[in-house]
Design a protein around this ligand. Structure first.
Ligand code: NAD
Length: 332
């Protein structure tokens, strides 16, 4: 098995690279990443020692280099994660989201089509988000048959990519799979995202920003559970199918922030309640979706996947990881 991971220097990608290198059947792992502000090779410290691992600094927008990378390494499996991923940035400057998420995915599909002309058991897994389904009211869950209703430039660009991937299956018979996952948490996430932002502000005893009334609900999944789901779908999913990934961990943002604040106090040995005093409500994000929640029963029932991380314990471990990293950085 010769796997190409795109976006392997990012948050989920770097966790996935570590996860994949623990799989003995892996012959070659090529990490294709152009290292935007969100990509960081330090997320992969230590993996260079594995002879199966190769890093290729390639931009998905460069169709020729994407094709050349797939050809040179005789890739048989693709796990496509590279994307512009931050909703706030997509609101401020959507252009890069269209070029990377839509055109970049198109370039990858074309490369796979050129490299895999005869159906030799290859597979391309496109990693997407639950945000393509839009926003929920108080009730209900997103299933694989929920109509798409993307509402930010980020989710619209991911929805466009998902549609292209499906079209390549129907039109050309390209062996694709799609996963749509809820919000991830865990180590190596960029500081701009909600959980690292909250932990960082609490560590520094700065105001902890919370959008609007803090009652927007997200469904949280530990990144290691996501990586295991991706591997499960790549290995055993039915080609042409979509699988939702989630762990039924719906929490209002404010509740999540309070738990993180408490965990920071605990890990840093501070007075209980100190970090909650730092919570600061800020004007809401434009078009902020109210609630996301995932029905992952297809993945559970068809492929036997189960999340292993319990949210409260997973959050505490995550807080400990970021606190230790902040301490290591401070001491040089
Ligand atoms: P991230 O922003 O942490 O990492 C993205 C990576 O892609 C970076 O290493 C970056 O350098 C690379 N990249 C960006 N543009 C590129 C380009 N043009 N060419 C090559 N590399 C490029 O993102 P993440 O949070 O790890 O998300 C990974 C994937 O998972 C994305 O497709 C995202 O939509 C999806 N996803 C994320 C979450 C989440 O909670 N983080 C949830 C569901 C789905």
């Amino acid at each position: 098995m010769r796997v190409l991971v795109t976006g392997g220097a990012g948050f989920i990608g770097s966790n996935l690279v570590r996860y994949l290198l623990a799989q003995p059947q892996l012959e070659r792992l090529v990490n294709l990443d152009c290292l935007t502000y969100a990509g960081n090779l330090q997320n992969l410290a230590g993996v260079d020692g594995d002879a199966r691992y190769v890093f290729e600094q390639v931009d998905l927008r460069d169709a020729d280099r994407v094709l050349d990378t797939m050809r040179r390494h005789a890739i048989t499996r693709v796990m496509h994660l590279a994307a512009e991923s931050h909703v706030d940035r997509s609101i401020a400057a959507p252009g890069a989201f269209m070029h990377t998420n839509v055109i970049g995915t198109f370039n990858l599909l074309e490369a796979a089509r050129a490299c895999w002309p005869s159906g030799g058991g290859e597979r391309l897994l496109h990693v997407s988000t639950d945000e393509v389904y839009g926003s929920l009211g108080r009730e209900g869950l997103f299933s694989e048959s929920t109509p798409y209703s993307p509402r930010s430039p980020y989710s619209a660009s991911k929805a466009g990519a998902d549609m292209l991937v499906r079209a390549y299956h129907h039109t050309y018979g390209l062996p694709v799979l799609v996963t749509n996952c809820s919000n991830n948490y865990g180590p190596y996430q960029h500081a701009e995202k909600l959980i690292p932002t909250v932990i960082g502000a609490a560590i520094r005893e700065e105001p902890i920003p919370v959008y609007g009334d803090g009652m927007n609900v997200r469904d949280w999944l530990h990144v290691e559970d996501h990586c295991r789901a991706l591997w499960t779908v790549l290995e055993r999913g039915r080609v042409g199918e979509t699988y939702n990934v989630g762990a039924n961990n719906e929490w209002a943002n404010l509740r999540l922030v309070e738990r993180i604040a408490d965990a920071v106090d605990e890990v840093m040995g501070r007075r209980p309640g100190r970090s909650r005093e730092l919570i600061n409500f800020v004007p809401d994000r434009a078009g902020h979706d109210r609630r996301y929640a995932i029905d992952a029963s297809k993945l559970r029932e068809e492929l036997g996947w189960r999340p292993e991380h319990e949210l409260e314990a997973g959050l505490r471990d995550t807080v400990r990881w970021y606190v230790e990293r902040a301490r290591a950085t401070a001491t040089g």
